[in-house]
Design a protein around this ligand. Structure first.
Ligand code: ATP
Ligand code: MG
Length: 305
């Protein structure tokens, strides 16, 4: 399968007037396979929106290369493949939902005969079909977000790039957006989205990239990311009640210690030498959130908050 998104050694240095230049992206290599859902996560200011703006051609990279379906980003040929939801959208507030969606359909080159049906379909997908006459300024925050997804979808692009699609949505609407994304994947559409909702990312993404301070710390499927930061739970009886630098939990007759996998061999040797009886050893299941904290913390670059 070919790649819908490909970046090589992408770098972005923002030149600023009043402050020193800011390195927002450094040596970013992205490979997003056609048909995949890719979740892009990272702390505030990590560079997610900068990457997305480069992909859609709003920001020019300082160095490196970015391609959509083999076409250089920013060219009309690459934009033809693309639907985009910006992080913060500014709309024509005096227009009605149906009217503005029609404008987007025209801009996206939807054939006149299909425009009405496409607009209706898009509004139904985001559950705004009853709001076609509502003015944009009268929409709630979550409704505006859903309108944004409808406009991104209008030309049925093979690639959707969504900058925080669930931001500002209530839990039911978040579930809706997750289901919409899964349904679109079922139609063969590639979806690249940024998010701070790690449980959503965990549930629906084929690939996840963790960006921090402009660098990709990890990229892979959920299993790979969780394995990378896996902990092992060592369960034993007898032997030492305390271990230097480790917390020993008493669970009934058992004692339990959790530690990084690569340190478990040494601990087991030590316990056996100390006369402990080994009861069990298992990889502790972690959530993406725990892995995220672990990976960003051990990157040695995260600032204390
Ligand atoms: N136009 C700009 N000029 C100068 N610096 C910028 C500009 N846009 C973004 N930055 C800086 O680049 C860095 C990355 O910002 P970016 O918006 O890409 O982060 P993000 O990962 O999307 O964060 P968030 O989760 O808060 O949306 C930040 O330090 C930000 O201040
Ligand atoms: Mg952002």
């Amino acid at each position: 399968m070919s790649n819908a998104i490909e970046t090589r050694h992408l770098r972005k240095l923002y030149r600023r007037r009043r402050e020193p230049d800011l390195l927002a992206l450094e040596d970013l290599d992205l490979h997003v396979r056609e048909g995949d859902i890719f979740g892009f996560i990272g702390p505030n200011g990590a560079g997610k929106s900068t990457t997305i703006k480069i992909l859609i051609g709003l920001v020019r990279p300082t160095a490196g290369e970015a391609l959509l379906f083999g076409e250089p980003c920013g060219t009309p040929a690459s934009r033809r493949h693309l639907g985009y939801l910006p992080e913060t959208a500014v709309y024509h507030e005096f227009m009605a939902v149906g009217e503005l969606l029609d404008v987007h359909a025209r801009l996206a080159g939807v054939a006149p005969a299909q425009r009405k049906t496409r607009c209706q379909e898009a509004l139904e997908i985001v559950h705004l079909e009853d709001r076609a006459q509502t003015l944009l300024r009268e929409l709630s925050k979550g409704m505006r977000q859903r309108f944004g997804i409808a406009q991104a979808l209008i030309a049925r692009p093979p690639l959707l790039v969504l900058d925080e699609p669930t931001s500002g949505l209530d839990p039911l609407a978040q579930l809706d957006v997750k289901n919409i994304i899964l349904r679109l994947k079922g139609q063969g559409i590639t979806i690249f989205f940024s998010s701070h909702q790690l449980t959503d990312v965990e549930l629906i993404c084929d690939q996840i990239g963790i960006l921090h301070r402009g660098r990709m710390l990890r990229c892979g499927n959920l299993r790979e990311l969780l394995e990378d930061s896996a902990e092992v739970e060592v369960r034993f009886r007898g032997g030492p009640a305390q271990l230097p630098g480790r917390e020993v939990l008493e669970q009934g007759a058992d004692r339990v210690v959790r530690l990084p996998r690569e340190e478990s061999d040494a601990l087991v040797d030590h316990l056996r030498e100390a006369g402990a009886h080994l009861v069990g050893l298992q990889v502790a299941r972690r959530s993406l959130e725990q892995a995220f904290f672990e990976i960003t913390r051990t990157s040695g670059e995260v600032e204390e908050r």
